[in-house]
Write a protein that binds this ligand. Structure first.
Ligand code: LLP
Length: 463
């Protein structure tokens, strides 16, 4: 996942007998702006503040574990993406990374569109007032009920993922007496350099329709004959948490090649292409993500060049960043419960959350950083594994990191870059109560998703 192999710094093999862990070169009190959201800093007493509020106050008011989302950072990242792509392109925030009514409102205010991939995400978007024409509806197995809801609402586009779905959407639209704008999602045959579970453009997986063997061309042929749908473009999403632009460039080139084939066969120039999301963020100081303007330039240069050489008008480009917008904007705040030094190995630090609020470490071997945030400390670094309170030894939040050796129960620690795919993938395992999301901005903090209660759990249990 994250490219960092181990915490970096000078070797302390005698302190850490496993030999391959090295103590951090930097002061543990330093907060690397690459992994922390923009308004995070330490105050004069050494405590972390976000949006001008100290973490101890946040913990007291909202409890732990909790996600704190830096709203001005979120808005700034939305603007950076839309400014980078400019008026001739569309940015769709991928709601699967994290979605709530407040987020939908921020997106509207910052001029972004929204990509949803389920009936639940669609319902949230519509409920919060996102105009349907600014919504793209995704998914590899949308139900007929979901398709009907999306078509009735008037979503701007449905991204078709299979040959069955082309017909299914066309029939629903025809029945409802409308012509639904659609894109076809293709798999371009690129091996993205990321974890196997989040790579989506190689051929042996469930998403999209392969360019290989003429399958995508066949899908286009079929879509162009059906009255209920208007084919507006081709979509490709190659995977997630990707740093290398090469995969996106190959994908863009292959999508443009398909546009040229469509023009040659049908005399139609499809007006849009969507190059998906997937841009990586920094989870640790070792990661070096690209800035939105670099990404925009690389993508638009390649599309323009390929279209020129194919004699095509340049299509309107859209992108769907999720993680790159929300990921860096939040941290999870935990309270330390127990500390177990294992002689010759490492120290296990147990916190009051775990795999129910962040499954990514267990699922993808994701790497995270962690810091003591309720105070600063000049104590020696100790190698730790931050673990949760669930009944699994794989319940790991941060696999290898350093914290000060005077860490004590009751201290607050925070894991940065948990804005994406943490709350949205949270579970009730062991009947854990999913933590709240608290938006912090200009000295004010407000709950945007409240903490679950035991009543919430019991309400579903109707036996
Ligand atoms: N567009 C499509 C069609 C997608 O499937 C996805 C993510 C995105 C956009 C947004 O990708 P992003 O910019 O956030 O990388 N749970 C995994 C990530 C799964 C991504 C699924 N699709 C994780 O925690 O790493």
């Amino acid at each position: 996942m994250s490219r960092s192999a181990h915490p970096a710094g000078p070797r302390h093999a005698d302190v850490y007998p496993e030999g391959h862990y090295t103590a951090p070169a930097t002061d543990l009190n330093e907060l690397d702006p690459k992994v922390w959201s923009r308004t995070v800093t330490r105050d004069a007493d050494g405590a972390l503040t976000v949006g001008g509020i100290e973490v101890a106050r946040l913990a007291e008011e909202f409890g732990t574990p909790a996600y704190f989302l830096d709203e001005s950072d979120f808005r700034a990242r939305c603007r950076a993406w839309s400014d980078a792509f400019g008026p001739d392109a569309d940015v769709f925030y991928a709601g699967k990374a994290f979605l709530s009514r407040a987020v939908v409102r921020w997106l509207q205010e910052e001029g972004l569109n929204l990509d949803v991939c389920s009936g639940g995400e669609l319902a949230t978007a519509l409920d919060a007032g996102m105009p349907a024409e600014r919504i793209a509806f995704h998914g590899n197995n949308k139900t007929v009920a979901e398709i009907e809801r999306a078509v009735e609402a008037g979503v701007g586009r449905i991204v078709l993922d299979s040959s069955q779905e082309i017909v299914r959407v066309a029939h629903v639209a025809q029945r409802l007496g409308v012509r639904q704008r659609v894109q076809i999602r293709v798999t371009v045959g690129v091996e993205a350099h990321t974890h196997e579970f989040i790579a989506t453009a190689h051929e042996d997986q469930k998403f999209g329709i392969a360019l290989a063997d003429g399958l995508a061309a066949e899908a286009v042929r079929r879509a162009l004959t059906l009255d209920g749908i208007e084919l507006i473009g081709i979509h490709s999403h190659i995977g997630s948490q990707i740093f290398d632009m090469a995969g996106f460039e190959v994908s863009a080139r292959r999508v443009v090649q398909l546009l040229a084939e469509v023009r040659d066969e049908h005399g139609v120039e499809l007006p849009e292409i969507d190059l998906g999301g997937g841009l990586g963020i920094a989870y640790t100081s070792e990661d070096d993500p690209r800035e939105p303007h670099e990404i925009a330039k690389a993508l638009s240069d390649i599309v323009t060049r390929e279209c020129e050489s194919a004699g095509l008008r340049t299509p309107r480009i859209s992108v769907e960043p999720g993680r790159a917008i929300v990921g860096p904007t939040a941290f999870t705040l935990y309270e330390v419960g127990t500390i177990k030094p294992l002689e010759g190995l490492r120290t296990y630090v147990s916190v009051d959350g775990g795999m129910s609020d962040n499954i990514r470490t267990a699922l993808y071997d994701a790497e995270y950083s962690v810091a003591l945030v309720s105070r600063s400390s000049d104590a020696e670094p100790m190698l730790v594994r931050v673990v949760g309170k669930h009944c699994e030894s794989g319940d790991i939040v941060v696999k290898d990191a350093f914290l000060p050796s005077d860490l004590a129960p009751g201290d607050l620690i925070a894991v940065p870059a948990t804005g994406a795919y943490c709350r949205s993938m949270a579970s009730n395992y062991n009947h854990a109560l999913r933590p709240p999301v608290v938006a912090v901005r200009d000295g004010e903090a407000r709950v945007i998703v409240r903490r679950e209660t035991e009543e919430d759990l019991l309400r579903l249990d109707v036996g």
